[in-house]
Design a protein around this ligand. Structure first.
Ligand code: HEC
Ligand code: HEC
Length: 335
């Protein structure tokens, strides 16, 4: 573990030496790139997925949908430190945003799902989340004539499968990209899009080394990194990160670097949801990842920059769900 830790620190030091000081090359080639609106999506598949995303009948209680914990009116999160699942159970970990999740290297804090389709089956059958089973979810959907017709239209066959359900939800999630943030406009050449204060915040973000981990289109989401490089992160949360997937001791306390797109909307922060505000999260990151204590003014500038990463939120008509039939298994919220 120690050796790995050192390797990470060396990588960070090299990064800082090479570009972190704001050399001309870094100016020319920004570590963050403009986020691109999605293309080549299957519109009817995504439309079916949107219905399923909002459908609480995929849960045992008939009350919890994907949108309960990844509320698209609230930045794709529940704004709770940890989520509330079936029978009001306390969730073990903070719900990350679904916005721009198609850009993630893998899904979940520890990356245990390879992609959005692999992820989508998880919560439906998780007893602490939606509390259903794949068999029951399929029975419910297959009992609803409106869905059966839509499956026929989209997949060419009426048979409802968990594969079809998760494929459709994943396609809908791929539409949840948030372009046109003020920062993207600035990156694209409109230098009036950021105030002097915000641009200064970006300079501090770059030069202090935040971009070593938060970079690319999603300003994160593309690597697993140690939490607590310079100082340990204190938490009661038992999650150990990537080691749960790889079994490698070196991966202990490595977490997927979250996207910072729309971070103004996705509070509270960190995998345990312990930081309520952006100033607090920025202060913690500076200290434990970079060994830096930002002044109050520097912190405020970085926060001002982070708020320029809020993009166009997904716009669509709220789906009207096809009604259950007489044969639809009824929800059992209290059993
Ligand atoms: C009860 C709350 C809850 C419900 C319901 C729920 N999720 Fe989640 N979701 C979470 C939590 C908590 C995590 C993080 C779990 C982890 O990393 O171990 C998560 C993770 C994710 C991620 C990974 C994001 C990332 O950055 O790694 C995606 C995508 C996602 N959920 C989509 C969905 C979809 C689609 C549904 C519906 C089928 C759904 N969720 C239902 C709470 C919920
Ligand atoms: C060495 C890699 C690394 C560096 C450097 C780094 N971060 Fe992070 N950042 C992470 C990881 C990993 C997490 C997720 C932590 C967790 O598991 O709770 C994170 C989380 C965050 C969050 C919370 C996002 C959320 O949705 O929960 C913010 C805000 C943030 N970082 C900002 C910054 C800022 C500002 C800097 C520079 C001062 C910075 N980070 C430097 C790796 C890094």
């Amino acid at each position: 573990m120690k050796k790995y830790h050192e390797k990470k620190c060396i990588a960070l030091t090299l990064f800082l030496a090479a570009g972190g000081l704001g050399s001309a090359s870094v100016q020319a080639e920004e570590p963050i790139s403009v986020i691109q609106a999605p293309s080549n999506l299957n519109a009817s598949l995504a439309e079916l997925g949107k219905k399923l995303y909002f459908d609480p009948r995929l849960s045992k209680s008939g009350f919890i949908s994907c949108n309960s914990c990844h509320n698209l009116s609230m930045g794709g999160t529940d704004n709770l430190s940890t989520s509330i699942g079936d029978k009001w159970q306390q969730g073990p970990i903070n719900a990350p945003t679904v916005l721009n999740s198609s850009l993630n290297v893998a899904q979940f804090w520890d990356g245990r799902a390879a992609d959005l389709q692999a992820q989508a089956g998880g919560p439906i059958a998780n007893p602490n989340e939606m509390g259903s089973s794949h068999a029951l979810a399929v029975d419910v959907v297959a009992s609803i004539p409106g869905y059966v017709n839509e499956f026929k239209a989209v997949f060419g066959k009426a048979k409802v499968s968990i594969d079809g359900i998760t494929q459709a939800i994943a396609e809908f999630e791929k539409t949840l990209v948030t372009p046109n943030s003020r920062f993207d406009k600035w990156l694209s050449g409109d230098k009036t899009a950021l105030s002097a204060n915000e641009a200064e915040g970006y300079r501090i973000f770059k030069e202090s080394g935040c971009v070593a981990c938060h970079n690319g289109e999603a300003v994160g989401g593309n690597s697993f990194q140690k939490l607590g490089l310079m100082e340990p992160y204190n938490t009661d949360n038992p999650a150990e990160g990537r080691v749960a997937v790889t079994g490698e001791d070196a991966d202990r306390f490595n977490f997927k670097v979250p996207t910072l797109r729309n971070v103004e909307l996705t509070y509270p922060y960190f995998h345990d949801g312990a930081a309520n505000t952006l100033p607090e999260a920025v202060d913690t990151m500076g200290r434990i990842q970079l060994g830096k204590k930002f002044t109050r003014a520097e912190n405020a500038k970085v926060v001002a920059f982070l708020k320029t990463l809020t993009g166009d939120q997904p716009k669509f008509q709220l789906p009207i769900l096809p009604p259950s039939s007489d044969a639809t298994p009824r929800p059992t919220p209290f059993k």
